[in-house]
Write a protein that binds this ligand. Structure first.
Ligand SMILES: Nc1ncnc2c1ncn2[C@@H]1O[C@H](COP(=O)(O)OP(=O)(O)OP(=O)(O)O)[C@@H](O)[C@H]1O
Ligand SMILES: [Mg+2]
Length: 431
């Protein structure tokens, strides 16, 4: 009996009653509990994390401590869920660095390490979408991608266009933009492209020539990004049951004026998914009241965001911020989960920290960042964060795990990946 107890996995993120009811179904294998001190500690029980119900998970840690690695481990686990669970969830990962396509390749480099964990290298089935305008670049480099991600032009509201071009309501360009986008919507409904907006600008009779030219130029630049299309990727197509989609937004850093597009992509995705899930949730509720099974076409959604401080900054405005704060505050009810990874919790909106129910923290050394997460310090934490970080082994993959659901705290070692690690630190050595 004692032996059985010590090998039983610990489940985080799931209340005891649900553990009794569902056991280990719908969980992700994160790693193992650290049982002793020192640089090579003894590892104990497996740690499994609930992924069948909504959570807000925050992953912190200094540069190169293993945050993106954790996200990849989670993606691998989503991909390995039994069919019935997988069909009820959909995962979208925002890849700011362009590293998650390597999930498609087995991790042959760490076969030995995987063996120690009784695991084997394996590929993970994910769909990687890149900006339309960058497809050729990826293909030339032989990077396995699955298609382009574009946005239906009509999905952008006036506020989003204004934010994209860094304009305000009351400057001349903003006034013209508001007028033409409203007009185009009225005449063409939700099927129009940037060229239709440009035509409307040219036809405008109120604005002067220079204002018209300046706004046209902005739209022409936006056209070259290859992000907006009449058709565009339907957001609901991305949130298909069982789909694991990586949206590579790393290329949006490279073109001038494109920085804002990354925020628009996240903001729009967040907004649409929120609206749709709210509707579907009602449908599910109606079914429940009629004694029918709780099923609808739209699965629960997990949105994973690496470098989350970029989209949910503490002191700046960002088009994605309000939407994501909504996810954080009320996402549980409609079934929306967020996994946020950041190396700068100090730069992250404080609500994203205070509202998380699962907190995974690798080593942190900056006092400002430690201070930022210290607001979390729950009653079940026996000492300050500083002390935990000092005790944590220096090697990568070790982390403190706080679970508000079970009100427990662990020191864990994250398991090795099945799939190739694209985040390996660059080095001048060739071997
Ligand atoms: N659990 C782990 N097991 C083994 N190696 C790991 C583990 N976690 C991280 N590593 C190693 O550390 C490297 C850096 O990890 P990762 O890219 O996830 O860091 P990061 O915290 O995302 O850093 P950054 O803030 O710079 O994005 C990985 O490429 C990998 O080699
Ligand atoms: Mg990273």
């Amino acid at each position: 009996m004692a032996l059985e107890l010590s090998t039983k996995a610990s489940i985080v993120g799931r209340p005891v009653a649900d553990i009794e009811k569902f056991g280990e179904r719908g969980t992700a294998y994160l790693g193992k509990v650290v049982m002793s001190t020192g640089e090579r500690p003894v590892l104990g029980r497996k740690v499994l994390c609930d992924i069948a119900t909504p959570h807000v998970m925050l992953i912190c840690g200094k540069r190169g401590s293993g945050k993106s690695y954790d996200l990849a481990v989670l993606l691998e686990e989503f991909a390995r869920q039994p069919f019935d669970i997988k069909q009820r969830i959909s995962i979208i990962a925002i890849d700011t660095v362009g590293i998650f396509w390597t999930l498609k390749i087995p991790n042959k480099a760490e076969t030995k390490e995987l063996e120690k964990w009784d695991l084997k290298p394996d590929k993970t089935s994910v769909k990687v979408l890149v900006p339309q305008g960058r497809i050729d670049f990826y293909k030339k480099k032989g990077i396995p991608i699955d298609g382009a991600f574009t946005i239906r032009t009509s999905e952008l509201d006036i506020t989003e266009w204004l934010s994209l071009f860094k304009l305000s309501w009351n400057d001349a360009l903003g006034v013209l933009l508001t007028r033409v986008v409203e007009q185009v919507k009225e005449v063409l409904g939700n099927y129009y492209g940037i060229e239709d907006i440009i035509k409307a600008i040219n036809k405008d009779e109120e604005a002067d020539k220079i204002t018209k030219q300046a706004l046209t130029n902005r739209f022409k630049v936006a056209e070259t990004w290859g992000l907006f299309e009449k058709e565009g990727t339907k957001i609901m197509e991305i949130a298909r049951p069982g789909a694991i989609t990586v949206i590579d937004v790393s290329a949006y850093r490279q073109a001038i004026g494109m920085e804002g597009t990354r925020d628009i992509v996240v903001g729009l995705l967040g907004k649409k998914l929120f609206e749709e899930r709210m509707l579907y949730r009602k449908e599910e509720e109606v079914k429940l009241t009629k004694g029918l099974k709780k099923e609808s076409d739209m699965p629960l959604v997990w949105l994973m965001i690496d470098e989350a401080h970029m989209f949910m900054p503490r002191d700046e405005e960002n088009i994605a911020l309000q939407v994501l704060l909504e996810w954080v505050r009320v996402g549980r009810q409609p079934g929306l989960s967020l996994v946020l990874a950041t190396q700068r919790p100090e730069k992250l909106h404080p609500d994203a920290i205070s509202q998380c129910d699962l907190f995974i923290s690798h080593r942190m050394t900056s006092q400002a960042d430690i201070q930022a997460v210290s607001q979390l310090r729950p009653s079940y934490m026996h000492q300050d964060f500083d002390k935990y970080y000092q005790q944590m082994p220096r090697a990568r993959g070790y982390a403190l795990l706080l679970d508000d659901n079970t009100e427990k705290l662990w020191l864990i070692k994250v398991r090795p990946r099945f799939s190739w690690d694209g985040g390996v630190t660059a080095s001048a050595f060739t071997e």
